[in-house]
Design a protein around this ligand. Sequence first.
Ligand SMILES: [Zn+2]
Length: 62
Amino acid sequence: MPDARRPAVRGLKAHLPHKLCQHCQRPMAWRKAWARCWDEVRHCSERCKREARATSSPPRAP
Ligand SMILES: [Zn+2]
């Protein structure tokens, strides 16, 4: 049974915004969890956020 009754679902992902992770450079798609902070999201995961923080210039440089 085709889901012709819900055509909006089809291709929805293509319309979602996406950007590259600042750390691993992988494309990450918009997530509902980021609806409120999409502009602030720069990393695809907590791990990338942590690693980016560790590798990039620390807030307190010696
Ligand atoms: Zn990443």
